[in-house]
Design a binder for this molecule. Structure first.
Ligand SMILES: Cc1ncc(COP(=O)(O)O)c(C=O)c1O
Length: 393
């Protein structure tokens, strides 16, 4: 085998979850003609909003000169200005283009930030359940992922985070709203975290950064706007994208925003731009930067996801499933009624309903349902969820 030992380890690790995925994928092509209810992936089912199509048409009618050239690693000034101006309306601080770096999705933004900040052995604290890719990213940048549990409500357990802080802690990484729970952190819990990080940073004489991975920030259903990490803590970076709010995951467009309150923020911005170069991203896709610059206020039709959330949450809780209230994103994270998360997910899979075991997010005993799927899929699966709950009791 010529691949690296690390890659061998990654490819063989997590084999149970991969097996479930592979069997699920095979099911969709088994020729039985029976439907498969696939809730396993966070791939948006809605098309991009009509504003995106209009922007694309206008662009094609009169493209700017040299539109497809290399550019500054941080991205097009017009795109960065548009993002900064939108962020200034969402948070208490005032952003400029100098605080923004256009990136290859939220994943690119998180990686650029980690690359810019981490020295070998530095620790990154995350709260379980968490997006599984973080482990790979942090390790790739020489860091060490330190996992703490969230509070029983799936809000942040600030005391647990504080207890995990050592002299090597460089970053606390959160996802708000959360994947896989759909929970949005309250402003109060973000403020508590901010106060605790300010205290710990002061004590150590060096800052701990708060990296808020927020690709679902505009997918909140009960309030006009997601809670703000920038308002809670000065040393905040936010990674986000238009993968979910404009349904453009295949176009790989996002951005990293740095709080203007970070000391020497220009050096951090330069380090992030250099990181984009080293990681081979060079710059975010040019066409998408042109288009999304004019779409900072647009979103997919949020009502469609809200209806699906309400339908599933109401039905599943009536069947007896327990789960945190999903304020946002497009996930539900119920507790398995009995048995392990693997056995329960396997049981659903045999009924052709595909979900993901909580172990895949560092939280055994739960399973994730991604409801960015059609109404037909939801309606078809409800009976099976109901039966599975009955059998479990
Ligand atoms: C928490 C979280 N972060 C990052 C990403 C990656 O997003 P993007 O497609 O914008 O890179 C996802 C995608 O599902 C996610 O759920």
């Amino acid at each position: 085998m010529t691949i690296s030992k690390k890659m061998q380890q990654y490819l063989t690790g997590g084999s149970l979850i991969r097996k479930l995925f592979e069997e699920g994928a095979a099911m969709t092509k088994d020729g039985s003609g029976k439907p498969v209810y696939d809730f396993s992936l966070g791939n948006p089912s809605l098309d991009p909003p009509v504003e995106f199509m209009h922007a694309l048409r206008d662009y094609a009618a009169s493209p700017p000169e040299h539109a497809h050239s290399y550019m500054a690693n941080a991205g097009l000034p017009a795109a960065r200005e548009a993002v900064a101006s939108q962020l200034s309306t969402e948070h208490a601080c005032s952003f400029s283009a100098a605080n923004v770096l256009m990136t290859v999705g939220a994943a690119g933004a998180v990686n650029v930030a980690l690359k810019a900040l981490l020295d070998a052995g530095d620790e990154v604290v995350v709260s379980a359940p968490y997006f599984v890719e973080y482990g790979y990213y942090v390790e790739n940048h020489g860091g060490r992922l330190v996992v703490v549990d969230s509070a029983p409500s799936f809000q942040l357990d600030v005391q647990a985070i504080v207890a995990a802080i050592t002299d090597k802690t460089k970053i606390v990484l959160i996802t708000n709203p959360n994947n896989p729970t759909g929970v949005m952190y309250t402003q109060e819990s973000l403020n508590q975290l901010g106060d605790a990080l300010a205290e710990a940073s002061g004590r150590r004489g060096k800052p701990i950064y708060l990296l808020d991975d927020a690709p679902y920030r505009k997918l909140v259903y009960d309030v006009p706007r997601c809670t703000s990490s920038f308002d809670a803590y000065p040393y905040t970076l936010m990674a986000t994208s238009h993968s979910k709010d404009l349904s453009l995951p295949g176009e790989r467009i996002g951005f990293l925003a740095l709080s203007p309150q970070i000391d020497d923020v220009d050096t951090l911005h330069a380090a992030c731009a250099f990181s984009a170069r080293i990681l081979g991203f060079v710059n975010a896709p040019a066409l998408m930067q042109y288009l999304t610059a004019s779409l900072q206020k647009a979103t997919i039709d949020l009502r469609r996801y809200r209806e699906r959330r309400d339908r599933l949450y109401t039905a599943l809780t009536a069947y007896g499933y327990q789960m945190p209230y999903p304020d946002g994103a497009f996930y539900l994270f119920p507790k398995v009624p009995n048995g392990t998360d693997f056995s329960f997910v396997d049981r659903l899979k045999r009924q052709r309903v595909l979900t993901v075991p909580g172990s895949g997010f560092g939280k055994p005993g739960y399973f994730r349902i991604a409801y960015c799927v059609s109404d037909v899929t939801i309606e078809g699966a409800l009976k099976i969820f109901e039966e599975a709950a009955k059998q479990a009791n």
